[in-house]
Write a protein that binds this ligand. Structure first.
Ligand code: DON
Length: 308
């Protein structure tokens, strides 16, 4: 990507760092409120092996909801799309990521999509394994394979904190069990979910995830880990649901398949070209990184990478 080589990434990052003052770090999960609200790191990786990084791109944070797209890949590999989407929908909900409202009012009788917490908890329950420990170990190995980093692991302090305070998610889990969406033990499904959200990464790890998607499921060593037909589903759901009840505006202004997390991460994909990893924990009211979103708006405008 010759155009990137002349880009002043530091200048573009510092211009958008100012927007960190418009957001707040998440405080409903213990420890997340200790993040530096002014932190901002970006890493962009292309298919030729070039990396363009700026700011706090090596600073560790928890992946949170970005994990949902990786777990969905494994659930689709484990169960097939017919089963997965018989339990979770494919539609944008128009509600906040932690909304319970439509779980009961909707005629669908299943979570609207795999990106909202209810859908993600259902998906986490579908990971195969002998027990909860085996299920999560399979999932963690899958994360390490896709991000090509065997050092990736759980931040157990954040995992324990979220598990102890995650009662809203717990209520969703038991409701999903009552509706037959979750077949196994609810606490086992929740434990997989809380651990996956607490996996610690950097913007570089997230960019590698984006690059994996840009390559349609192929690692840098040429291994097809996930079939294209699953990657296409993942990118489509990122585009339509990945930023929750801001996905529509994001699609217009950025126009790239993306997924946010309350730890301050955003992964974005320029299909066939780039993976982008962002860390900026000051969030807007929807739980999306303010400075990260603004950076992506500028970036998409500068290079016209929008997919539509
Ligand atoms: O379950 C939760 O609320 C968090 N572990 C994840 C939510 C999240 O990252 C929403 N994305 N912006």
């Amino acid at each position: 990507m010759e155009a990137l080589k002349t880009m002043d990434l530091n200048a573009l990052l510092e211009k958008n760092r100012a927007f960190t003052s418009l957001g707040k770090v998440a405080n409903y999960i213990p420890e997340l409120d200790k993040a530096n609200p002014n932190a901002f790191g970006v890493c962009i990786m292309d298919l030729e092996g070039n990396e363009y990084c700026a700011g706090e791109c090596n600073e560790k944070f928890t992946i949170q909801s970005i994990s949902k797209i990786v777990t969905l890949m494994l659930a689709l590999l484990d169960n097939g799309k017919e089963y997965v989407f018989s339990k979770v929908g494919m539609e944008p909900s128009g509600d906040p990521f932690n909304s319970i409202r439509k779980l009961e009012t909707s005629s669908r009788k299943k979570p609207y999509n795999p990106m909202i917490n209810a859908g993600a908890i259902a998906v986490s329950s579908m990971i195969k394994g002998d027990d909860g420990r085996d299920k999560f170990n399979r999932l963690l190995d899958f994360f390490r394979k896709i991000m090509e980093d065997d050092s990736i692991d759980v931040n157990y302090k954040i995992y324990i904190g979220e598990s102890e305070t995650g009662n809203r998610n717990r209520s969703m889990g038991y409701f999903l069990k009552s509706e037959g969406i979750i077949k196994g033990e609810v606490e086992e499904a929740l434990d997989v979910y809380f651990k996956q959200c607490s996996i610690e990464v950097t913007a570089k790890n997230i960019a590698k995830l984006g690059l994996f998607l840009a390559r349609n499921g192929v690692t840098s060593t040429g291994e097809q880990v996930v079939p294209y037909k699953i990657i296409r589903i993942i990118k489509t759901l990122m585009f339509t649901c990945g930023m929750y009840d801001k996905s529509g505006e994001f699609a217009v202004k950025v126009g790239l398949p993306s997924k946010s997390g309350v730890g301050g991460g955003i992964v974005s994909v320029v299909p066939g070209k780039l993976g982008i990893g962002i860390y900026a924990p000051a969030l807007d009211e929807k739980g999306n990184s303010v400075a990260g979103t603004k950076f992506l708006e500028d970036f998409a405008e500068m290079f016209d990478f929008r997919v539509l």
